[in-house]
Design a protein around this ligand. Structure first.
Ligand SMILES: Cc1ncc(COP(=O)(O)OP(=O)(O)O)c(N)n1
Ligand SMILES: Cc1nc(C(=O)O)sc1CCOP(=O)(O)O
Ligand SMILES: [Mg+2]
Length: 207
């Protein structure tokens, strides 16, 4: 079984972004060590999500990388992804586990230890934990939980913790010291002038 990826790239499908170019750049550096989470805007159609996920899944398969789908688990199944990720407004974790089956990777968002434990008991195999820092990429989040918040969840989780929100290469040492297995990023790669170089920095900080 391959080790659980430490670097998770979440696709950025906001206007003006080029998610597939960023995925290709990240795969060129991190290869099989990368997980790509296909995440589309809430307004996107299932067809658009399916088309993107199909292409990401093919890129990942070629590189031996992990492909996950956010929220829309029927699309994860339809494209043969390795798993999915759910949060508080999505399918409950136990229902997501039923949909994906016993062997799939299943991520759940957790912001504090109690919900982290509940998610793991319900079948989550990793936790997305944040917001670690402030972010401009997603609206409506609670205040950042910081290093202390990440450490509290990591200490209670028993599964890999992937820290999310405002993650940069410079912040990775603190997050790892807090117990995070790895990180998930959108802006650090999608907004970078050179996504290959930006991936290299994240990747070096994680090794
Ligand atoms: C790795 C990771 N962590 C957290 C999230 C957020 O999931 P959720 O709370 O369901 O919010 P949306 O991403 O669906 O807007 C994530 N996607 N990935
Ligand atoms: C999709 C998402 N979920 C979050 C959470 O805390 O649940 S933060 C986030 C966006 C993270 O983007 P960036 O790496 O650009 O800060
Ligand atoms: Mg969600």
């Amino acid at each position: 079984m391959r080790p659980f990826p430490r670097l998770h790239l979440i696709t950025d499908t906001r206007p003006g972004r080029d998610p597939l170019a960023v995925v290709a750049a990240a795969l060129a550096v991190a290869g099989a060590g990368l997980a790509v989470q296909v995440r589309v805007e809430d307004e996107a159609t299932d067809r658009d999500a399916y088309d993107l996920a199909t292409r990401v899944r093919a890129f990942c398969a070629e590189a031996g990388a992990t492909c996950l789908v956010n929220d829309r688990l029927h699309i994860a199944l339809a494209v043969g992804a390795d798993g999915g990720h759910v949060g508080a407004l999505d399918l409950p974790v136990e229902a997501a586990r039923r949909v994906l089956g016993p062997r799939a990777i299943l991520g759940a968002t957790a912001r504090e230890p109690a919900s982290a434990k509940a998610a793991v008991d319900a079948g989550a195999t990793y936790l997305g934990v944040g917001p670690a820092y402030a972010t401009t990429t997603k609206d409506g989040l609670p205040p950042p939980i910081g290093i202390e918040g990440v450490a509290a969840v990591a200490g209670a989780a028993g599964v890999p913790v992937i820290a999310i929100a405002g993650v940069t290469a410079e912040r990775i040492p603190d997050l790892r010291a807090a117990g995070a297995h790895g990180v998930a990023v959108i802006g650090a790669l999608s907004g970078a002038p050179d996504p290959v170089e930006a991936t290299r920095k994240l990747w070096d900080a994680l090794r």
